[in-house]
Design a protein around this ligand. Sequence first.
Ligand SMILES: [Ca+2]
Ligand SMILES: [Ca+2]
Ligand SMILES: [Ca+2]
Length: 439
Amino acid sequence: MAASLASAVIATGPSAARAGLGRSLDRPIDPVAVDGAHLPEVLGRPVASLRVEVWRDGAFAPIPFQIDERNAAGGWVYPSGPEANADEDAGRFDANDVLFVMARDLAGARPAGAPPPAADGAAPAVLRELTFRDPLDGRTAYAYLTAWDDAAPPPSPVDYVRYVPETDDVRAANFSAGFSARVPFAIDRMSLKLADGTWAPSHVDILKIRLRSTIWSVYDFDRDQDDFESVTAAWIDGPVRVVLHKGMSVSMILGIQTPKLWNDTIFLPYSFQYSVDIALPFSITAIFSKFDLMSGVDFDGLSGAKLYVKGVPEPVAVAGEPPRAALAALRASGAEQRVTALEWNGVFSLTRIHIDRSVPLEVKVRWVDDPAVEDPPERKRGATPGLYFDFENWLGMEQKNVTIGTGIYLPPGFQHGDEETFERRLDHPVELVAPAPAR
Ligand SMILES: [Ca+2]
Ligand SMILES: [Ca+2]
Ligand SMILES: [Ca+2]
């Protein structure tokens, strides 16, 4: 996941960014990330003194932006929560801190001769034009990063995504999600904003984890999501994204807990990404003779929903009985680095599993559609549907470290057939066009 956050930067000649150009960029749900290293003009300035504005309707206007800091070790700084931490530079913008905006908020270039933005009649200490480009079609858009010595203009009041720590809920632009009080890493509710603007009730039962394994060919080691201990350690809550940092561990044999696994869930306005860093002090094969892991969402009452999977010719509809003919095709489809699309009431939720390609894990879709089947631990009997992923071939894995990421995307206006374009956009994020170095 970290790789997808790193900002891509392309260099261009000094004349590429022409004042007076309109916005052509078309990335309605994409965040844009820029590392501090690419913004040398504002390095060392207090994060709180920075603003991002766009030129719209003949004037500068603030847009939602967020700066998340990273500490010297490269880990995120989480300003809130019982295990909150801080950067070593007392809140200054440095090279490994990251600026986030939403591509949808970017606009055209300001015309030549237009006055800079002002606060209390004073101009900013730094004004840097940022040109962004879609690497797939070359379309562009602009924003203006400013730094202020004294008073800064008010930031945008827009807050796309917010966290409610009291209830462990996140409300984003078109969905909300909440975590189980008993198992704080497991989502057990999710609401979608429908096309008519109303919010649907949750149709999620629980995020399920099923580990079926054997230690030294002797001890059965089976664990489910309710067996994990977890804690919400710290979080980031800005206008563009919320990052929840949760630790989890599970008891091994003889009462020994596993080392804590860290789970960061990143919520953006129209998507969230869930990732678990598994760092083991041993290789799986040194301990386990069997290791099967399944994870996914047990839904409740998504009657009529349809699942579209690449390589499976017909969509699979939720009808309360397992579609036996389709199951084999689903199993054979393979699910890593591609989206499965679940459509319900005109809303699409796309799921993509991200695993480092050097790790030989295979991912397979497991589909349950049965209101009567029992699969404890769960809150409600039945799964209509259960959309699960089996992670296979752990015994073929040499690595002790692996990060399993799952992205859930809720793009407004998505239609079946858009999957390939969507995947290409995920793999080719919007880039900052770096100005040519001074000669
Ligand atoms: Ca830093
Ligand atoms: Ca910093
Ligand atoms: Ca259930």
